[in-house]
Ligand binder design. Structure first.
Ligand code: ADP
Length: 597
């Protein structure tokens, strides 16, 4: 999600109505029956409230004026019955609406998750992942709130209010007119407050997600934070953010509660005037006390729904602002769709060819006229200084990004013309930082190929020299790993990710060798696992180990986004003044100890 811009702060009422329509149309359709029952229950609640106000006239007149005990008892019986009905109707509508609300949240979470999967890798490197996650969880509830607020306030509050006003007019039309005069200025005052609340709410959401994002970044990068003793700077940065968010929240509280004193004062005035008028009419015109009692009850009962209706716009806007962010995300077009006539990839030799490939992440060119061939079944090592564009080359093969110029072919097929899914099915990728997902060891290997049998998983683990340490774990293959699981060493994690690539059994292996030093034993195990993974496949490897480079059939030397030399270890090492020869000389003394660049 992009950072908010000023234009988004001006959520005009047209946009709000548009968003409301969309939310109601999308969700209303799927829950028609649930909402219908909830609305019936809400209507029952509203009508029974009005009935209670109306019947007060009869209670008072029968019991205290006519002194008719039987009638009074009958009326009281009906009041009891109506309260019971109102209780049940209230219960059912609340349970139904909560159920639908939870379902809405679940469905949007699923929708967002699967939508995120369709967005290109480029989106995720632009978006701040921590901020994104925080915003999503905060904003999905906006959609539920829009639905529930709309339903409860129209079906219950508005109807209750209207029927109570009906009772009031029925009992004393003159008095009722007085209220019609008071209402409009009150409404205008509330509108003014709600306008200011809107922009404050949006700012608060953005600030909060900055705070959460900054915290998550610190947690993820804690070793860097400590190593560079960045604690103080980060702390003062986050302190500023937290203070800003706190002040914004205070402002929201002030603004949204500003309705309170206003409404209370008006209510006090209205009730006091009512009783003064009632006393006057009872003394002068001898109007029955039941009429006033019923009128007063209606008025008191109307206060609550009126207050909720007054707050409705504010709440609805807050919910719509939240929901809007969700829709901004959902409306984002996946950037690389398959072409309409895309075909599945047919692999014969798994020969990869880069032909005149140019690429830029933004405006700065990162690759310039890169051409080379990775022959089928052979290992091609990419070497060169950091920033030369080696990772970018690797990332173009699974189409994480598309080249800006030139093309990439696999067995003569332009990868832009084939479906992304079939392309990626023929690729296995082992990254520098082995990533383990929430789940068991078995699950993590199986992500390589979901239909792999347990036997195949074990075989892959053996080939990746991982079986023994897996069996030593408390629950063997069923030991949970990931964020909440057991802690594995760097070498063990690498071997698991190699097992994941092996079980995939793809003809092409993309490999970013780890630069981080492992202890000698792990290093040897990882190396053996890699040898196993590389044999018989087309391998494109970002090589950091001299041994890998020496054994590669082809070496592609890159510098500043261009291919500067090509050959094998013998020919390149001999070349006078070549970049590889220089790198090789630099590396030699190190390579014998710990093969790092
Ligand atoms: P290498 O793997 O050889 O170190 P990379 O392919 O990672 O090189 O990077 C090549 C250039 O592209 C570098 O200048 C790097 O800063 C830039 N770069 C890499 N990834 C991104 C990205 N996601 N967005 C913007 N620039 C990037």
């Amino acid at each position: 999600m992009k950072s908010p811009d000023t234009q988004k702060n001006n959520v005009d009422s047209e946009a709000i109505t548009g968003m409301l329509k969309r939310i109601i149309a999308e969700n209303g359709r799927d829950h028609v029956w649930g909402y219908a029952i909830a609305i019936i229950c809400l209507i029952l609640v509203a009508l029974s409230t009005a009935y209670i106000a109306y019947i007060m006239k009869w209670v008072i007149d029968k019991a205290f004026v006519d002194r008719n005990l039987i009638d009074a008892w009958l009326i009281c019986g009906s009041i009891f019955a109506v309260f019971v009905a109102r209780g049940f109707a209230g219960y059912f509508q609340s349970v139904i609406l909560s159920k639908i609300g939870n379902n809405i949240i679940a469905r949007y979470q699923r929708r967002i998750y699967s939508h995120l999967m369709t967005l290109s890798v480029g989106f995720f490197s632009e978006a701040r992942s921590a901020q994104l996650a925080a915003q999503i969880s905060q904003n999905v509830s906006g959609i539920r709130d829009v639905m529930n607020l709309t339903i409860t306030s129209t079906a219950r509050d508005l109807l209750t209010f209207v029927s109570l006003v009906g009772v009031m007019i029925f009992q004393d039309p003159v008095l009722s007119i007085a209220f019609v005069v008071i209402a409009p200025p009150l409404f205008l005052a509330l509108r003014y407050i709600s306008k200011r609340l809107r922009s404050a709410t949006r700012e608060a959401i953005v600030l909060n997600s900055h705070v959460l994002g900054a915290m998550q970044e610190t947690i993820q990068g804690i070793s860097i934070v400590k190593a560079f003793t960045m604690e103080n700077e980060l702390e003062s940065k986050i302190n500023k953010l937290i203070t800003a968010a706190e002040h914004r929240q205070n402002r929201i509280a002030r603004l949204s509660e500003r309705n309170g004193p206003l409404m209370e004062s008006v209510a006090g005035f209205v009730i006091a005037s009512l009783f003064a008028y009632a006393a006057y009419r009872s003394i002068n015109d001898s109007v029955s006390p039941g009429v006033f009692f019923s009128f007063a009850t209606s008025l008191l009962l109307a206060y609550d729904p009126a207050r909720r209706l007054a707050k409705l716009q504010v709440q609805l806007e807050r919910a719509v602002v939240n929901a809007r962010m969700i829709y901004e995300l959902l409306d984002m077009e996946p950037r690389q769709r398959d072409l309409p006539d895309a075909k599945p990839l047919v692999v014969t030799q798994a020969r990869i060819e880069f032909r005149g490939v140019g690429f830029a992440y933004g405006s700065d060119a990162v690759l310039d006229d890169v051409s080379f061939v990775a022959e089928g079944g052979q290992t091609t090592a990419l070497v060169g200084p950091s920033g030369a564009g080696k990772s970018t080359v690797i990332n173009l093969i699974p189409r994480f990004h598309d080249p800006k110029e030139g093309s990439i072919f696999i067995d003569g097929q332009d990868i832009r013309q084939i479906t992304k899914q079939s392309l990626r099915q023929h690729l296995a990728y082992v990254s520098q930082q082995p990533y383990l997902f929430e789940g068991t060891i078995r699950d993590n290997i199986r992500y390589g190929r979901p239909d792999a049998t347990n036997a195949e998983i074990e075989e892959a683990a053996r080939h990746a020299y991982a079986h023994d340490f897996i069996m030593a774990q408390p629950q063997g293959y069923d030991t949970p790993v990931g964020e909440n699981g057991v802690t594995l060493s760097g070498g063990q994690r690498q071997r698991l990710s190699i097992a994941r690539a092996l079980v995939r059994n793809a003809p092409i292996l993309l490999l970013d060798e780890a630069t981080s030093a492992l202890d000698t034993e792990s290093e040897a195990a990882v190396q053996k696992a890699l040898d196993e993974a590389m044999s018989g496949r087309t391998v494109v490897v970002i090589a950091h180990r001299l041994s890998t480079v020496v054994r590669a059939e082809k070496i592609v030397v890159m510098q500043n986004g261009r291919v500067v030399e090509e050959g094998n270890h013998e020919t390149l090492a001999e070349a006078d003044n070549g970049l590889y020869a220089r790198l090789n000389n630099l590396q030699r003394p190190v390579a014998s100890g710990n093969s790092r660049k």
